[in-house]
Design a protein around this ligand. Sequence first.
Ligand code: SF4
Length: 459
Amino acid sequence: MSALSVSIPTPVRPLKPPAGPEALEHMNLRQGEFWRVIPAYKDVDSDTFLNHLWQYQHSVKTPEELQHTVQDLAPPAFIEDMRAGFHRAPMNVRVSPYMIALIDWSNPYTDPIRTQFIPLASRLLPDHPKLSLDSLHELEDSPTPGLTHRYVDKALFLPTNVCPVYCRYCTRSYAIGGDTEVVEKAELATNQQRWQQAFAYIASRPELQDIVISGGDAYQLPAKSLRKIGETLLDMPNIRRIRIASKGPAVMPSKILTDTAWTEALVGLVECGRRLGKDVMLHTHFNHPNEITWITQQAMQLLFERGVMVRNQSVLIRGVNDDARTMQLLVRRLGYINVHPYYVYMHDMVKGVEDLRTTVQTAIDIEKFVRGSTAGFNTPTFVCDAPGGGGKRDVHSYDYYDRENGIAVYSAPSVKPGRWFLYFDPIDQLSPAAQERWKDPRTQDEMIADATARAAEGR
Ligand code: SF4
């Protein structure tokens, strides 16, 4: 009888050491009733805090309301700084209780959520001379008020001018919210006649297939208005895709859970679109991993279960997400809750928030670090929405980048052929010599002419 031979399997040799705790950090979401640390919310139970009407009613709009809400969590000097900041802000202030509760009040000066929503006079910087209020020239590309038609097959419809919060860096600071002491807003309030004009234009242009409903913010539309706008567009034979844009999931996620009428209107449009072979998506706007909590996860899970796909568009903001590790964590956390990280935008060149802008080089460096952190379909494209209406350009795709003077030159052959589009880095990030050069208007023109000439040479 021959001896039975048994082969012993070679042990699998691990090619990589196990991941450290930082690789799992994206799953570590804030839990519990975290809002109770805020004096005004210390007795607020879960049902109340999650209720969207309570969130709207207790949103902070003035320095007095903020002081009343956080009481002695914020030092008196901070309150005075904020009061002075309110007077110089191009945007109204409105901050939801959810956001107030996520600010680290032991360090409000550097907190990334405070930075986005509450202006501080001490942090403001002089504007770059090339900034404007409507840097994307949306008004110029509007055939009818509240409709921007720039790309051949796509249009942006702005049904309202109000949002659940007001972001300091809003690209539409020319129109969104009420007038401030420094900006008189363009008229984009909800208006049925204006909507009808926009619908008539969209229906008359067979090349238009893709409509973004933004604002303002679709969160602020009553459920019946959201349904009406969506159904009107889906009824048009030319329309193939609708994107509903809302900051809401980032700043008041509990509305998805408690405003059943609104959520059902959204789900109904997605289902109707699917029956018609048309794509209806929700686009949202998370900027920092701290914005994502157990409440966000539950809200996104509800949408996922009901078949609503969600994409995210972040803005690259100084002091918020302009470091590679923070952006990597944000991207992984979004993927974890089934939100696709789609774009990271360069901060638009709008007035009054120069302290929030970064350089093109910063975007390039962060993109390089983030790529490879997770699957490609969950990796955002970093884009510069070319000032002057060139549309979104991959940040790397400049025709010339003068890093010394902070001038990136882009072209957009399929949008506006034959034109240059310029993005300017914030002046305080340049060398002292370059900062001097920007003080002289004639030298400014020379630097710009030189950069565009070099872009043309490279062709
Ligand atoms: S939610 Fe959007 S439209 Fe509204 S203020 Fe913020 S960036 Fe502007």
